[in-house]
Design a protein around this ligand. Structure first.
Ligand SMILES: [Zn+2]
Length: 341
């Protein structure tokens, strides 16, 4: 049967007028659950789920009616302002931004692979942006990140930083997972977050975009685990068999470091405009976590190894839907956003 608490929570949200409840992961999970049931249980469960959805719709309608009754009427306004003209207004329900909807799908895949999600942050310090990640002071690699900084400084006399990558969370996640690691529980976390770079804007570069960091640490972890994890994720997300290749790269916080290239999901290596006719797409940076980064989090690199990656969520979604310009996401253009609602 449907979990009682889950049903009550959904109803409470509907009563409060939260229209997102009909597209919520919780409601969707019930439909997913349905598919896994034996045939003789499916009918009753399906009916219960449909009944719940009908109830939620009714509760939402009630909430909407109540809200309308409460809406103040401006008696001095001309008639047409007080007369509802829904066809002239944007959709009252609105919709989830495509990046957030896709993020839910992405996280769901990683949950099923045993990862937990940790939220990133939008302002941080020099230590988490660079110091904890094996960027020594004055290291030229710091210049690869065109970071936004505040003029105000912290207690160390350093500016605060708008994170230029979600790797700012690596040290925190590893410190928090250290006790569990020593008790035999791998650190397995994905970290979605908004990041900021002082980029020259064009179809492929935005000053604000989303990344998904991944961190995995345990005994005996090697690069094969890293590649298998990312390949499994990408095949799930794009819903098809893909090939991946790695080429050597440089990041201060991983050793060895790779750039992961994936076979184009649109043309299966034949070459198309999405992959610039090459059949392959350079997708993300990854590598084995540098021993200095493990040490900085209090983890013994002689005993444990791990991998990490950072991928652009905007880029994953652009590839999935063949979106040609990253600036659409932050543009507020309704004609773009409505295609996803
Ligand atoms: Zn292609």
């Amino acid at each position: 049967m449907i979990d009682h608490k889950l049903a009550e929570d959904l109803k409470k949200r509907a009563k409060e007028g939260d229209t997102a409840v009909l597209r919520s992961a919780e409601l969707k999970s019930l439909f997913d659950q349905l598919k896994t049931l034996p045939a003789d249980e499916r009918g009753a469960f399906g009916q219960a789920v449909n009944k719940l959805r009908t109830e939620l719709t009714e509760l939402l309608n009630q909430a909407k009616d109540e809200a309308e009754e409460l809406a103040p009427i401006d008696i001095t306004a001309p008639l047409d302002i007080n007369t509802p003209r829904p066809e002239l207004l944007p959709s009252e329900q609105g919709s989830q931004h495509p990046l957030m909807a896709e993020l839910a799908t992405i996280l769901d895949i990683f949950y099923r692979m045993g990862f937990t999600a940790v939220e990133s942050r939008e302002i941080d310090d020099d230590y988490h942006m660079f110091g904890s990640l094996n960027f020594p002071e004055d290291h030229p690699a710091r210049d690869d990140y065109d970071t936004f900084m505040t003029t105000q400084t912290d207690v160390h006399g350093k500016p605060f930083i708008a994170p230029a990558h979600t790797s700012i969370m690596q040290n925190r996640v590893m410190k928090a997972g250290k006790a569990g690691l020593e008790a035999g529980q791998a650190i397995a976390a994905v970290i979605p977050g908004r990041v900021f770079r002082n980029e020259d804007l064009d179809a492929r570069h935005e000053h604000t975009f989303y990344q998904l960091e991944g961190v995995y640490v345990d005994k005996g972890i090697h690069a094969g685990n890293l590649i298998a994890t990312l390949k499994t994720f990408l095949q799930e997300y794009y819903g098809k068999e893909l090939d991946v290749k790695t080429q050597p790269f440089y990041f201060p916080f991983t050793e060895p470091s790779f750039e992961l290239t994936v076979s184009c999901p649109f043309c299966d290596k034949k070459g198309c405009h999405i992959c610039s006719r090459t059949g392959w797409i350079e997708l993300l940076g990854c590598g084995m976590i540098h021993p200095n980064v493990l040490k900085e989090a209090g983890i013994d690199p002689n005993e444990y190894t791990g991998f990490a990656w950072g991928m652009g969520i905007d880029r994953l979604v652009m590839m999935k839907y063949g979106i040609e310009d990253v600036r659409h996401f932050e543009s507020g253009r309704l004609d773009f956003l409505r295609q996803f609602s």
